[in-house]
Design a protein around this ligand. Structure first.
Ligand code: TTP
Ligand code: MG
Length: 391
């Protein structure tokens, strides 16, 4: 099995404050400090895209009908949106991000995750990079951005949201439980109105209350999302920051004619699928560093589990053991479908070979030889002992 990362990731979440409205205030200085509502004329049938913080004081918010916004705050400046201007500011913000890391996952025009784990040695700690980005956006664009710094996406986004506007908040790894404890359960990703309502009825209001529920109880109550709630309540989130290119993945899955509930049998199928995936990676000349296992149970409940490798790979020998670890606690009931995919793909030639990868290279060469034999003499010409049917 590959060695695991010992260093925690460093993730930054940036989200501009009242983005469209702030751009409008910037372009028309007479609007600075005034309530500004972007969306259209107050008598039109549209809704509010966003409004300045000065307008929020009157209860105006995104998605509210403009007519209602007018009733609450008639003195506001009502403006139509100008998307090309917002896109331009967004591009300028991304140029600043790109000075610190290539690993940027945009969520919308004004919001992105940055993985700066590998940048800290050059630019200073995560908080130092976050602070620099914030200062540069203010100085070079004239806009305020709220920044959260933590070791995963869930915590970083929470940190920037909670510190808005013009916020800056760092969640240190040893302060996670304390940070989360008093927050309303609705702050947890995946808890919408309905889930929150059910939790409230059980007198579960804060994240601390949520932590008192065992994982099995959460799964009983909410299905597969129960696993995620259990983890998020403890600040655990393994989702990687994915750039557009990295969001692509290579995967295989299969649905069984009849459900299977033996782990060993599932592992055997998984090995065959992993072999196919690894072969496709080699064929495309890419290596991946995130492995995702997908399971659909007989009752159609779907679960996915991911893990990040220390180094990108195109080898089944590296992917398969990771997939087995992910599978370990999931065979709790009959399985209808199993799938494996690898994402966070990097092109082979762009990789700088580390010592670990040089060792992998030899194995990749062997695997490629086997790929060629299969292509020439057929799929069954060479196979793993484990995949040969014994019955
Ligand atoms: P948000 O980041 O959600 O909102 P915001 O930047 O205006 O305010 P803040 O982050 O400080 O709370 O959305 C970014 C932009 O997306 C927003 O300026 C306008 C647009 N938008 C809509 O058009 N409709 C919507 O319902 C929302 C939420 C946003
Ligand atoms: Mg915003």
């Amino acid at each position: 099995m590959s060695p695991r990362k010992t260093r925690l990731p460093v993730i930054i979440h940036c989200d501009m404050d009242a983005f469209y409205a702030s751009v409008e205030q910037l372009r028309r200085p007479e609007l600075a400090g005034r309530p500004v509502i972007v969306g259209g004329q107050p008598n039109s049938r549209g809704v509010v895209s966003t409004c300045s913080y000065e307008a929020r004081k009157y209860g105006v918010h995104s998605a509210m009908p403009l007519a209602q916004a007018y009733r609450l705050c008639p003195q506001a400046a009502f403006l139509p949106p100008d998307f090309s201007a917002y896109k331009e500011y967004s591009a300028r913000m991304h140029k600043i991000f790109a000075d610190y890391t290539p690993l940027i996952e945009p969520l919308s025009l004004d919001e992105a995750f940055l993985d700066v784990t590998a940048s800290v040695e050059i630019f200073g700690s995560g908080p130092a990079i976050g602070q620099k980005i914030k200062e540069r956006i203010k100085r070079e664009l004239g806009l305020t951005v709220s920044v959260g710094v933590a070791h995963n996406k869930f915590l970083a986004k929470l940190a920037s949201d909670l510190s808005k506007p013009d916020g800056f908040l760092v969640v240190p790894p040893d302060g996670v439980l304390e940070f989360l404890a008093p927050l309303d359960v609705r702050r947890i990703w995946g808890i919408g109105q309905k889930t929150a309502q059910r939790l409230y009825e059980m007198n579960v209001k804060t994240v601390l209350d949520l932590r008192a529920l065992p994982e099995t109880r959460l799964v009983q109550l909410f299905g597969s999302i129960g696993h995620d709630l259990f983890q998020l309540a403890r600040g655990i989130d393994h989702r990687p920051v994915e750039t557009d290119r990295q969001a692509k993945s290579i995967g295989r899955e299969t649905t069984f004619p009849t459900d299977i509930n033996e782990r060993e049998q599932l592992e055997k199928v998984l090995l065959g699928l992993t072999d196919d995936v690894a072969r496709s990676l080699r064929k495309e000349g890419v290596k991946g560093s995130t492995v995702t296992l997908k399971i659909k149970y007989g009752d159609f409940k779907l679960i996915t589990r991911s893990t990040t490798l220390t180094e990108p790979t195109d080898l089944a020998e590296v992917i398969f053991p990771e997939a087995c670890v992910l599978l370990r606690n999931l065979v709790t009931k009959p399985v209808r479908l199993i799938g494996i995919s690898v994402h966070n793909l990097t092109e082979q030639e762009k990789l700088q070979l580390s010592w670990f990868e040089e060792r992998q290279e030899t194995r990749t060469d062997l695997a490629k030889t086997i790929d060629r034999i299969k292509e020439k003499y057929g799929e069954k010409s060479i196979t793993r002992a484990r995949l040969i049917k014994t019955d």
